[in-house]
Design a protein around this ligand. Structure first.
Ligand code: ATP
Ligand code: MG
Length: 751
């Protein structure tokens, strides 16, 4: 992954290059230094990519070091997981894994040296006293009276601490630096503490353990590290890092610390402590649960190492913390798999179709890669009289814009024939249990001479040949954009489908481990639970970003509308349930919006009236369940100043991009008071959306010129600032700029 010279370098690589050029070091030597107290997560992947990536780019070395100085939380299973993660990402730590615990003797000797220099002392004050005497940001601290101890006394106490003569917390070893330093970290920091606990590697050999600030710099030094790269929260610790090395006279070819921004991703928790809680409380199925942001989780879910590397590369290295959109990670796996994996057919919710005019069976030669890729390969796809299609690919009373099978509308079976529905068979409860259809023998894919027009092709499997499989569908583990932890879990994050049906070649040919199930998403044969008898597939990611859309509709939900008694949701009436089902399956409304509409007859009839004017179910539902619902809380329909037809007109202007969503809300407020027609309001107020680049571009130029600092930060990798620029431009257009156009133009300009 050597960066070409015309590509902008990140600030860490600039430093490394400078240091090599000036001869400060002959070779770059970095390290990845995790504490083995949990499974590594995607934040660690970023650190791995940075440390190993830089070593690779400049022909240097990178150590893998277990920073294992805290005996209470560390364990070999985490060491193994860390090694696994680094290896899986494709990096090599050359030789042995390093352990800070292997250096306990050397570290102890360095501490003795500091004591002998009068630069460290044993403090026997209580934890509370120590905290109190530290002072505050505005007030200097007070040095402990124990700091006056003689070197001999300190040496004696320190040795006895080591031997285990004292209880935890009875004494600590502190550096003697400066109790009035502005940098609070420098107020006589802790170097060693007593821990009468077994260590997973050194057993009971030690009763004292070094603190990070003491151990890290010295271990870096002993390993010959040149650039010690860590995350921003250690910025203030850098002074101690330097003090320890300088005081001990380790100036020759010493390492220096540099800080970069921690990776944060929305809808994700990323601290080992919180992840451990999810695992321990059984909220997920172990550290490799595919919903977790652990490397083991991504690996099990089906993410490729390449997709993680590309993601880490794409987010860049910045000096300021920022939040990355999880959609970016999802994009990178989709992008990686799109042209690589075979496309096959799987039916998740099967509906039987009998093709009455077809007898026997045949095999169709169907390409695994029916798209523009240089890959070749095909399978025999069995076709027969009885097939299964996806239940929601048939609709008896479809809304406008439904392109799949209906009693009036034929559909193509992917790779095969066009079929026409002849009869719908239902059970006693009115549930559709079978479709009787006819196929058109001259309509076979690739040799179609029929005149029948169809609007889409759907997946299917032959009943006799299909294999039953288990499919695990994952949604985001957290429903909150910035989740705290356990309390924000999305209860629907895992859905297990036990009886999906897949075409046989997937199981018998095994052309790959990852597949695109056509029209469903990307899937991976679960590396743990998959067996030939019980094949299990994990959904890696959907085909397109459905989350963003879903979120928008969900936000429209008026919180007060929930009908709840004692935490129990009141059951829907039969009629409400019918509406709810129709809204969620036919109109694809988010279940919360569907719930709001279905439970309120005023709202649902208003919604249906609007829908009869304009076939835009989602956008209308959004407006009705939010804005209109607010009005109907206090009023009856005949008291409203606007009609369903006018709401349809308003949404139509949004749909055809005449106005933005934001402006639509503004127009709605105007309709409430004036009762005017929305189109008239838009014209009178000059609210038509601006989509013309010639108008927008000069505004962007101006905003860019005004914010040189942010431009620089953006180009240095803080991609979150894109939103800042778009927001500024939209503001300058008084909300009239077409957000999509503005977004594209801004992204283009900032490149
Ligand atoms: P956590 O807070 O999740 O427990 P940590 O910082 O305690 O993480 P360590 O095992 O000490 O985890 O980290 C090993 C290395 O990985 C450190 O250099 C650390 O800076 C880096 N790292 C940890 N989390 C992130 C992150 N979110 N983004 C980038 N680097 C990270
Ligand atoms: Mg930590």
């Amino acid at each position: 992954m050597q960066k070409s010279s015309n590509e902008s370098k990140d600030f860490l690589r600039s430093i490394v290059e400078e240091d090599l050029k000036s001869g400060k070091y002959n070779e770059v030597h970095t390290r990845f230094p995790p504490e083995p107290n949990g499974f590594p997560h995607i934040g660690h992947a970023k650190s791995i990519c940075i440390n190993f990536g830089i070593a690779n780019d400049y022909n240097g070395h990178c150590n893998l070091r277990m920073d294992d100085t805290n005996p209470t939380t560390e364990d070999t299973q985490y060491v193994e997981a860390l090694k696994d993660a680094v290896e899986w990402l494709g990096f090599d730590w050359e030789g042995n894994v390093r352990y800070t615990s292997d250096k306990f003797n050397e570290l102890y000797n360095y501490a003795i040296e500091l004591i002998k220099m009068g630069k460290a002392y044993v403090d026997s004050a209580s934890e509370e006293e120590i905290r109190e005497n530290r002072g505050t940001v505005t007030e200097a601290g007070k040095r402990s009276k124990y700091a006056e101890r003689s070197v001999e006394e300190n040496l004696d106490l320190f040795e006895r601490m080591k031997k285990g003569e004292f209880r935890d917390g009875e004494h600590i070893l502190r550096a003697k630096i400066d109790m009035s330093a502005n940098n609070m970290q420098m107020r006589d920091p802790l170097l060693y503490r007593i821990r009468n606990v077994e260590h997973y590697r050194t057993g009971d050999a030690w009763h004292i353990y070094p603190m990070y600030d003491f151990a890290h710099c010295l271990t870096d030094y002993m390993e010959g590290i040149t650039h010690s790269l860590c995350t921003l929260e250690f910025e203030n610790n850098r002074a101690i890092y330097d003090w320890v090395l300088e005081t001990l006279g380790l100036a020759e070819k010493r390492p220096y610390q540099y800080e970069f921004a921690r990776l944060g991703i929305n809808y994700t928790v990323m601290s080992k402590r919180k992840l451990l809680e999810l695992v321990n409380k059984g909220k997920v199925n172990g550290w490799d649960d595919p919903r977790l942001p652990t490397i083991a989780g991504y690996k099990r879910r089906g993410y490729t190492a390449d997709s993680i590397l590309n993601f880490c590369d794409g987010i860049g290295i910045a000096k300021a913390n920022s939040m990355v959109d999880v959609a970016q990670l999802e994009f990178s796996i989709r992008d990686d798999l799109n042209t690589k994996v075979p496309r096959v057919m799987c039916v998740l919710d099967p509906l039987k179709v009998t093709i009455t005019n077809y007898e026997g069976s045949e095999e169709i030669d169907a390409s695994y890669y029916p798209h523009d890729v240089p890959k070749e390969g095909s399978r025999a796809l069995p076709f027969s009289k009885e097939i299964y299609i996806e239940r929601d690919d048939f609709m008896e009373n479809p809304p406008k814009g439904y392109f799949r099978l209906t009693p009036e509308q034929s559909v193509r079976l992917r790779h095969a024939y066009i079929i026409t529905c002849k009869e719908v068979i239902k059970d006693a409860d009115g549930k559709i249990i079978e479709i009787k259809a006819e196929y058109h023998s001259n309509s076979k894919s690739g040799e179609d001479t029929s005149e029948i027009k169809v609007k889409s092709a759907i997946q299917w499997v032959s009943a006799e040949h299909a294999k039953p499989v288990e499919v695990r569908l994952y949604d985001r583990l957290f429903k909150d954009e910035a989740p705290e932890g356990v309390e924000d879990i999305n209860p629907d994050s895992l859905q297990v489908i036990k009886d999906a049906l897949i075409e046989p070649a997937v199981i018998t040919d095994k052309p790959d481990e990852r597949f695109q199930f056509e029209r469903q998403g990307y899937f991976y044969a679960d590396p743990v639970d998959y067996t030939d008898e019980n094949p299990v597939f994990n959904k890696i990611v959907g085909l397109k970003d459905s989350w963003g859309k879903k979120k928008k509709v969900a936000k429209a939900k008026p919180e007060t509308k929930k009908v709840q008694i004692d935490g129990e949701v009141v059951a829907m009436s039969e009629a409400e349930q019918v509406l709810f089902d129709k809204y969620t399956t036919e109109f694809k409304l988010n279940s919360e919006v569907a719930n709001t509409l279905a439970r309120d007859s005023k709202l649902s009839s208003f919604y249906e009236d609007a829908l009869s004017e304009l076939n835009s179910p989602v956008a209308l539902a959004n407006m009705v369940s939010n804005e209109v619902a607010r009005e109907l809380k206090e009023k009856e329909v005949n008291e409203l100043k606007f009609s369903a037809k006018q709401i349809a007109e308003l949404i139509k202007m949004v749909d055809d991009a005449t106005i933005s969503n934001k402006i639509a809300k503004q127009v709605f407020e105007e309709m409430l008071t004036s009762g005017d027609n929305p189109r008239k309001i838009v014209e009178a107020k000059g609210l038509v959306q601006i989509s013309d680049p010639a108008v927008i571009t000069p505004i962007i130029d101006e905003i860019i010129a005004k914010n040189p600092d942010n431009v620089e930060k953006f180009r240095a990798g803080n991609t979150k600032l894109l939103g800042f620029f778009v927001g500024q431009v939209l503001k300058a257009t008084k909300g009239k700029g077409n957000p999509q156009v503005v977004n594209e133009l801004v992204a283009e300009k900032l490149k």
